[in-house]
Structures are given as structure tokens and as C-alpha cells.
Design a protein around this ligand. Sequence first.
Ligand SMILES: [Zn+2]
Length: 313
Amino acid sequence: MVRHVYCDGGARGAAVATAPVRTPCGMGIDGAGQVRRSIAMPTQPTSPQPAVAACLAEALACARRGWLVFPVHGINDAGECTCGTPSCPTAGKHPRTPHGFRDGTTDEQQLFRWWKEWPDANLGILTGGESGLVVLDTDPRHGGDDTLAGLERENGALPHTVSVLTGGGGCHLFFQHPGGHAPSINGIVPGIDLKADGGYVVAPSSRPISGRLYEWEIGHSPDDLDLVPVPDWLTRRVSERPERQAGASKKRRGEFDVEEPRNGAEEGRRDDYLFRLACSLRAKGMPHEGAERQVIEAASKCRPPFPEAEARK
Ligand SMILES: [Zn+2]
């Protein structure tokens, strides 16, 4: 039986979704309980940006499940990332607060403050032990669908668990965090990332640059299903990764670890190196000033040093 009715801009799966509408989102805040009942999915549009109400409502619903959440940059009316970076490489997906996903919280008052300040913010959910979540993120543009189908043929179908259809046509499968240390791993297999400790995912009701809202899969919202444990074969796959057996860095070729000292690059590779470094830092949620400082430092270590004025761009 279908328990959720899809509608444009709705926050499916949010516990508040059936509450009556009293005010547009973020208006007339007068204590969390009162406002929480006031925030709802409009049956008729009450705001020019339906996603505004939806992201805050979803944030509150996630927080009540014990998941730490935080605002992520949104997409403005011109179709660009609200960070203001032209052609932002992680448009509508990177954190909006100074400490990125480390600002994740379940504090409802903080959520109201954030969405009052940035009503167009998308929503991020911190994964890992603090939220009790591990998320399998498949990206069809990099073969994630085929990879997942292959893994299921090999290991048996994945269990029914909470899942999100993403704006890029992929899906996020939510699992219980196994406890202990569960690292986030990009490209655990082609087209599939594992988001766990130190990671985050963009949440339902968020509007990506594609315009197609993230949404809970019908019948697979947290109101429909309980999270299931990470399948054993997936846990084995993580522990059997050769890089980890060798005790080597988790980073893949061409990726940067933000904790790693910057060693610069040789002439001819400097442009590409600094650009990828900047994208990587921003993708990991580093605020602009911090990322700029690190890029300038890395530029000075290039051989020959890369001009600072150029690096700032
Ligand atoms: Zn941006």
C-alpha cells in the first residue's frame, strides 16, 4: 500500500507532513512546539519557494530521529549555488555554516535560526556514529546502478531499508551504523560511495541544480521502514579493501586528504592541482576563507611557486 502521495515540493516522510498549515515556514516563530505544528506541507502553495518550508520541516523530522542535520547551500532563482562561486563544482551540496558538517545538530531552535537566516538552504544529514547512520550513495553517472546490480547478483538482494531518490538520478540507502569506527569511503566500488564517519548526505526536500528534488522513495521513508544493519558482505568489502590491509592512506589516486600537508606541484600540473585542491576542500565543507588560505599555501610550495593573485581565483 502506498502511504505517501507525491506532490511537487512536498516533504514526504516528514512526521509533520500531515499537520495543517497555519503559517509559511519560518514565520512567526513562537516556541518550537508551536511552530513545529505550524510547519507543514502546503496543500496549496503559500510560498513562492515550496522547498523552503520543506527543508526545515524535514530537518526537524530528521533531528527528532536523532540524526544530526545542518544547512547546505541551495540553488538561487538564477539556477546557481548560493555560495556565489560561478559554476560551483558542488552547487547546492556543500555546507553553509562555518564548520560544515561539524555544525550538525538536533537542536530545534538552532534549526529555526538557520532557516530563518537562509530560507533557501538545502539540508544535510551527518552520517556516522553520531547520527547512527551509514549511507550507500550510488551515482548512475559513474556506473553506480550497474555496480549495485552486479553486487546484488553476487551477494543477494540488498534488504529493504530507508532510501532516498537523489536529484542526480541515484539513490541513498540508509543503514544502521555498526558501531565503532566506520570510515567514509569514496568509490568503495565504481559509482558507489560509502558515507559514514566524517561524511554527510544531502537530504530529501533539497533542491539540487538539476531541479529534481531529493525525495524519500515511496514506501521507504523512515516513517515506513526501520533502518536495517549494514549487510555483512558490504562490511567485509570495506574491511577487505587492499589499501586498508596495507595500512595505506584511504585516499584514491587524484584525491586529497584535507589533513595532509600540501606539497605543491611541478610546473605544468600546478593549475590542475590547485583547482582540484580547492574543489576538494570546498566539497568537504571547508569555508571559503580556510580553503583559500590552504590553496595559497599550496601555491607557494609549487615548483616554481604559483602566483598568489592567480591562486586566489
Ligand atoms: Zn557553491
